[in-house]
Structure formats: structure tokens, C-alpha cells
Design a protein around this ligand. Structure first.
Ligand code: GUN
Length: 284
């Protein structure tokens, strides 16, 4: 039977660390602010944005929310980003993805000042992650690293398999595991022998976006299984990429959905916002 890794508990610890450090900044007269921009009416995005606002309150940051209508033009969004780039009360800028189809996401990400890019999506920050010298953490992968760290298992030399190669999760996830000296394989939709590769993983990370994709035959005995997926089933319930009931008895540690990786992403965003504030205010 696996131990359940609680993202709720670990994220609370990260947020408490951030809150205390923010108290120190406040005692120097420094306020930290995060701008969150959402365009359109995606219900899932609205929930995420609301959770980000709540997390700001918990750690003592100011949050500035910009909820723009679906028909907002790319130029209007670029203009807002430019205003936020210049606003000294705003230390971090997050534009919630996905954006409506008529807006080029890359153009928007590239317009955010790299010093305020608390998602670490700007190519400058992505490059820094690649070379291993970075201030801003890629939020979801960094959250996964905290969860693995909470198990006490050392990543060094372990077979790590990441399923999924997105810019937000799969690619930066592989980098962070590599920086911790894991032996890393990235699998994706064109991978041959997926089952065989996954079943050799000491640490298996699923970021596929398909409910119950990882089944027991894909999991090594006593593996650590981290489920990044958040899929909504037809009955309205949330479900991960891992078939939890099947895999749990075989794993040593496993994350639940919800309550696993999800809360970690937001905690790491708080950590990045604090980092942005410190850099912008010249504080160590
Ligand atoms: N949409 C889904 N995940 C994320 C995230 O981490 N950041 C942003 N900006 N949008 C997202």
C-alpha cells in the first residue's frame, strides 16, 4: 500500500515559508503584488484564478485581478501587459492560459517583462532553467519536486520517466529531475514501448491529460507515482491521469487528484512572486 503524498500539507508549508519571508519584506516597508489576467469565460481558468487570489491573501500579497471579455483583442492585451510591466506595485504578472483562439499566446508571453514572469514561461526564463541557473521556478514541475522531496527519497541516479512533453510541465519537469541527477526519459504520444519504459521508472510522472491513462502494468513495484493530470469526467468529478485505485497498492508513494500537485502549483507561484519582489527591491 502506498503512502499518500498530501499536496495540501506540503503546499501549506511552502506558503507559510513565503508568508514569513513576506513579513520580513513588509517590515522594511515593501509590499508585494501579483497581477492576474484572465481573458474570456473558461470555467476551469476562473477557478484557478480565484485560488491564486486566495493564496495571495494567505501569504499577505496584494493581488490585482484583470478579468477581460472574450472579445479582447491581442493589441488590447499587449497594451495591458505593457502597463503592468511598468507598474511598480506589480511585482509579478500572470496571464492565465489558455487564451482565446484569436490571441497568439507566444506574443503575449514574450511581452511580459522577464523580471515579472512568475510563470517562468518567457524564453529568457526557459533558457535559464535549461542551463540550471534560474530565479523563477517552473511552478508545476517545482511543485512536483517539493512533493518528491517530502518523501525523503533521493532522486540521484533514479530512473525518472515523464509522460508528456508540454512546455509548461513535461519539458521543464525533465530538466529539474536532470538537475537533481535523475536518469530522465520523456515519453509522449509517439513513444514506442510506452508500457515497458514506464514500468522501469523509480519515479513516474504523468502529465498526459487523459483520465486513468496510467494503469498498474505500467508501474514498477514501489515506484513513486506523481499525477499532474486534472481531468473532468462527464459526471463532473475530477480525475487524474493515473488510475489511482489500480496503481496505489503497487506504488510506494502516490499523489491524489485533487489535493496532490494542484495546490503545489499555486504555492510555487507565491514563491516566485516573492522572488520577483526581492529582485526588484534589491533584497537578498
Ligand atoms: N493554465 C494552466 N496552468 C497554467 C499555469 O501554470 N500558468 C498559467 N498562466 N496558465 C495556466
Amino acid at each position: 500500500m502506498a503512502k499518500i503524498i498530501s499536496g495540501k500539507e506540503v503546499s501549506a508549508q511552502v506558503k507559510e515559508r513565503v508568508r514569513l519571508e513576506n513579513e520580513r519584506l513588509k517590515s522594511k516597508g515593501i509590499e508585494t503584488g501579483l497581477a492576474v489576467v484572465i481573458v474570456g469565460n473558461d470555467p476551469a481558468s476562473k477557478v484557478y484564478v480565484n485560488n491564486k487570489k486566495k493564496a495571495c491573501e494567505t501569504v499577505g500579497f496584494k493581488s490585482f485581478e484583470y478579468a477581460l471579455p472574450e472579445e479582447t483583442t491581442q493589441q488590447e492585451l499587449l497594451d495591458l501587459v505593457e502597463v503592468l510591466n511598468k507598474d511598480t506595485k506589480v511585482n509579478g504578472i500572470l496571464v492565465q492560459l489558455p487564451l482565446p483562439k484569436h490571441i497568439d499566446e507566444t506574443a503575449i508571453i514574450n511581452a511580459i517583462s522577464p523580471n515579472k514572469d512568475v510563470d517562468a514561461f518567457h524564453p529568457i526564463n526557459v533558457g535559464k532553467i535549461m542551463v540550471g541557473d534560474y530565479a523563477f521556478l517552473p511552478c508545476t514541475p517545482a511543485g512536483v519536486m517539493e512533493l518528491i522531496k517530502s518523501t525523503g527519497v533521493d532522486i540521484c541516479g533514479k530512473n525518472c520517466v515523464v509522460i508528456g512533453r508540454s512546455n509548461i510541465v513535461g519539458k521543464p519537469m525533465a530538466m529539474l529531475l536532470l538537475h537533481s541527477n535523475g536518469t530522465v526519459t520523456i515519453c509522449h504520444s509517439k513513444t514506442k514501448n510506452l508500457r515497458e519504459i514506464c514500468s522501469q521508472a523509480d519515479i513516474l510522472i504523468a502529465s498526459v491529460g487523459k483520465p486513468n491513462f496510467v494503469t498498474t502494468d505500467m508501474v514498477k513495484d514501489n515506484a513513486i507515482v506523481i499525477d499532474v493530470g486534472i481531468n473532468r469526467l462527464e459526471n463532473g468529478k475530477l480525475c487524474g491521469d493515473v488510475n489511482f485505485n489500480e496503481v496505489e497498492p503497487k506504488a510506494s508513494y502516490i499523489t491524489p487528484v485533487p489535493g496532490g500537485v494542484g495546490p503545489m502549483t499555486i504555492a510555487m507561484l507565491m514563491q516566485n512572486t516573492l522572488t520577483a519582489s526581492k529582485i526588484q527591491n534589491g533584497i537578498d
